[in-house]
Structure formats: C-alpha cells, structure tokens
Design a protein around this ligand. Structure first.
Ligand code: SF4
Length: 505
C-alpha cells in the first residue's frame, strides 16, 4: 500500500535514512549514512529535543479560514500563542487579511486518558464548525491520544458528514519521531487525505465546450497555461521576500508562479494539481507532497537544493530552465543578475574576508549557506546540522566537495553547541532563530540563519546576508560584556572534553 493511501503517514524514521548523532567531516557523514552505521549512532546523554507537533502547528497556523484543534492535553497547544503573531504577520506581508488563527483544544485530562478522548474531539469539531464556520478544520493528534489509541481518523470521517468545513487530521505525536522534519509530511498528509487539491469546474476555471468552434484553440491555450505554471513550495522559514525574489526570477523565464501550501486557503489549495511543474526550495521540506502530486496527477517535480548564494541559485534556475527548454534565456538572466549582485557586494567583501564562521541549523540551509560563505571569502570552521536524512545528500555531496576538511556535526544539543563555540572561537555564528540570546550570553557575535522578514534567496539574498554580516561586526560590545556576567550550568571540565564525546558509536 502506498504511503498516501494509509490513514496515518509513516514518520521519517521509517521512510528515510536518518541520523541525529554524528561528528566528523561531510564525506565521513555520507559514508556513515550509506553504510548504515549512522542508524546505530546515539548519545549516552541528551538534553531536550524538539517535538514534530510544534512544527506541524506552525504550518497549519498559516492556512487561511482554518480552525486548529489540538487533541491532547492543553499544554501541547501552548506554542500557538507565539505562532499566532508570526502567522498574522506573514499573512499581512503577503497581502492577506490579518486574521489570527483560531485554535481550540480538547484539553484531555487524566480521565480522558483512561476512558478515551474521541467524544470530546467529536464535540469540539462540531463546536468549531458551528461557531467559526471555517473552510478547513485541522485536528492535531498529539502524544496522549496516539498512545491510548483514539481512532482520530474515524472521528474525522464521521465529522466530515456533519460539518460544512473539511475536517482533516495531522498525526504528529512528538514521541513518534526523532526528527522534527517529520512534521512536514504530517501536514501534507493531512492535505492530501481530506482536502480537495483539484480545481472545481465553473468555479476555478471555465471548461472548454467541445461544440465551441474554437474548441481546439481554447483547449490548447488552457493546456499551455497549465504547462507553464510552476508551483513553488514554501516553508515557515521562507519569508515573503524570498518568495518574491524567486517569483521575479521565474517570471523572467516566462513562467507563471503559484506558491503553496502555507498562507493558502481552500480556494488556492484546489489549484495545487493544476500545474506543469512542482518546484521545491528545500530538499528536506516537501519531497513527500511532490512525489504524491506526481503519483496522483502526473505532475513532474524538481528538487534542486536551496537557491542560496551564486552557485546554488545558478544550479537551481538552470534545472528549471532545462525542464522548460529555456537554458539560453536563463544563462543570460543569470549573467545579468550575477553582474549586478557582484557589483553591489563588492564594497562588503574586504570586511568579511577570512572571518571564521560556524554555521548551524537545518541541514539544507546550513550546508548551502556554508558553501556560499566560502564563495564569499569567509572561513567556515564548522557546520552543525540539526538532523541528517538522505534527501539532503545532493547538498551534502556539494559540502563534501567544497569543504572536505571542515568538521560537520549532526546535533541539536545545546551543551555540544556551547562547547563548539568555546573550542572554535568563531568570529561569527550563523544560527537558527531563537538561539541568539543563548549565543550572546556565550559571547558570540551572531546572525540568524533565516529570518522571514529579510531576503536570503537569489541575488537580493546574497546582498542582504552579506550586509547583515558586516553590520554584526560593527559593534560586538553587547555580547562581550554580557558573557562576562553570565554563567552557564555546565562544569568547566565539560569544555575540556570533545564536544561530541557523548556520541556512542
Ligand atoms: S511531545 Fe507530545 S505531549 Fe509534548 S508537546 Fe509534543 S505532542 Fe504534546
């Protein structure tokens, strides 16, 4: 049975080769993954890890006219308070109405865990439908109902017979996966199971009438428009500036671009199957939905890394150009864009030349950005990816080629991160949002690996990243003074040990 026919999708631990504990070089990481030894690597000591449910919520919170029901104890939904702000801002910046996401919880308590939470879930769905009249209701199935065996899919099936909204379930219990990236598959599985992804005739398009004397011409025009339409798949870490930059570049190749699936409503989601190509911006993010769309609707897809920096943007655009047979046009566009961007960054390059940088975050972004920083003249002292999966291999192969001796770790552990900072003493740390308070206390100058309010991709992205690096070096006194007054909870002996000494082989 295909993954897509199953009520609950497999987690990435079952679907891909995964790893969360490794230290070595990138070449060694690839060898270790391919020989199977990565699967046996673990730690004898762990601090907290992330839960896939929080990332699923992050995606669902962007969907327009939707209600989210977290089915579980009330605490599982706590991140919604912060997510509401980000999602609202993302909507406004994309020209949409600033409606904060509505979310409810079934608030499972001890007796629900003993006697089951299906009744509460059913009542909450009906209440959400009557009270808020959404187009979509996402039931987010957390650890507690998944452990006790609530039949969430059956509740969803029955609810769909009573509601005007489309009800679907995101199965994302935190305990079930060691990598948070499983959340992407959980979110997309919820769409492909119960949400219509096909346009409605007369509502979304005008069907061509076979008795029309211009039938052939109109049909060909309809097919041509579909063929030249590209669906670009976004992610919570990709901001509107990046979407606009890529839309601009693809538009210059004569393509019509639609962006999915975050910040879409039911009307937009219906158009997902109506395209000539599905295009990814991140190998790890959307392979699950892209292969579904190919299997179900025959739409080809391209996963060609992340267009971050000159060489990665060139490779990404050329892959698309090859698909449409417009290589010559793309070459000219790239030459022209690169010339402009290189002129713009020229004054900044001497200020960053030779600066030692540690790059940390999602595997695709940190690997691609490390190569970009090397291209710009910085010295990459280490790369630290949150997880490994074999979908990232093309990006990691490039890292292995470009930075063969650079230490590469697969780690999401703060104690290892701090040890690395003390050991490498980088001039700059480029890291995931949310870590910069920690980094300032450690005395490290840092900028964000991604920030949805700033451009990163394409040619405007190179300029913007470089400008931020230069700005970060202008004044480093805050972190220098703060680090003298803050003590971390680790004993001094820890910093004398190898940062990855708790990894068991
Ligand atoms: S790990 Fe489980 S209980 Fe904890 S927040 Fe995630 S889904 Fe909820």
């Amino acid at each position: 049975m295909s993954y897509y026919e199953q009520a609950i999708q497999p987690v990435r631990d079952e679907r891909l080769v995964l790893g969360d504990s490794f230290a070595g070089t990138c070449g060694e990481l690839l060898d270790c993954a391919r020989s199977g030894c990565l699967l046996r690597q673990n730690r004898s000591f762990w601090q907290a890890n992330m839960c896939q449910m929080s990332l699923s919520l992050m995606m669902a919170a962007t969907v327009e006219n939707a209600v989210i029901i977290t089915h579980g104890p009330i605490g599982c939904g706590s991140t919604m308070h912060a997510l509401s702000v980000g999602s609202n801002k993302g909507k406004v910046r994309r020209g949409k109405a600033p409606n904060p996401p509505v979310w409810l919880t079934t608030n499972m308590n001890e007796s629900d865990v003993i006697s089951g939470g299906e009744g509460k879930l059913r009542d909450t769905i009906i209440h959400a439908d009557r009270e808020f009249r959404p187009e979509i209701i996402f039931v987010v199935s957390t650890c507690a109902p998944s452990i006790i065996g609530d039949d969430v899919e059956e509740v969803v099936r029955q609810a769909n017979e009573q509601t005007t909204a489309n009800v679907t379930a995101i199965h994302c219990p935190g305990f079930k996966s060691r990598v948070v990236a499983s959340a992407y598959d959980a979110f997309y599985h919820s769409l492909l199971r119960h949400i219509r992804l096909e346009p409605l005739p007369y509502r979304d398009y005008q069907p061509v009438d076979p008795s029309d004397p211009d039938y052939e011409m109109k049909l060909r025009r309809f097919e041509y428009q579909k063929k030249m339409t590209v669906n670009l798949f976004n992610a919570t870490s990709i901001g509107p500036d990046d979407e606009a930059e890529l839309k601009r570049l693809l538009g210059a190749l004569g393509l019509n671009v639609r962006i999915f699936a975050e910040y879409c409503g039911a009307d937009e989601l219906r158009m997902m199957s109506h395209a000539g190509l599905n295009l990814s911006m991140c190998n790890v993010h959307d392979d699950y939905i892209l292969s579904y769309l190919e299997e179900r609707y025959g739409t080809p897809y391209i996963i060609a890394g992340m267009p971050l920096g000159f060489s990665a943007t060139r490779a990404w655009l050329m892959k698309v150009a090859e698909h449409f047979g417009v290589e010559e046009r793309a070459e000219k566009l790239i030459e022209d864009e690169e010339r402009g961007a290189r002129e713009a960054i020229e004054p900044f390059l001497p200020q960053v030349k030779g600066k030692r940088v540690l790059v940390c975050g999602g595997v695709i972004r940190s690997g691609t950005e490390a190569v970009m920083l090397k291209e710009l003249g910085l010295e990459v002292v280490a790369v630290r990816a949150y997880h490994y999966d074999n979908g990232a291999d093309p990006v990691l192969e490039n890292v292995a080629r470009e930075l063969p001796e650079t230490p590469v770790a697969v780690s999401h552990q703060s104690f290892e991160f701090l040890n690395q900072i003390r050991r490498y003493k980088p001039d700059l740390v480029i890291s995931h949002g949310g870590t910069h308070g920690f980094l300032a206390r450690a005395g490290a100058t840092s900028i964000q690996l991604f920030d949805v309010d700033k451009p990163f991709f394409g040619y405007s992205g190179v300029f913007s990243i470089l400008k931020r690096i230069v700005f970060a070096f202008k004044n480093t006194s805050y972190q220098e003074r703060l680090s003298k007054r803050v003590k971390f909870p680790y004993v001094d002996e820890w910093y004398e040990k190898d940062p990855f000494s708790y990894i068991k082989k």
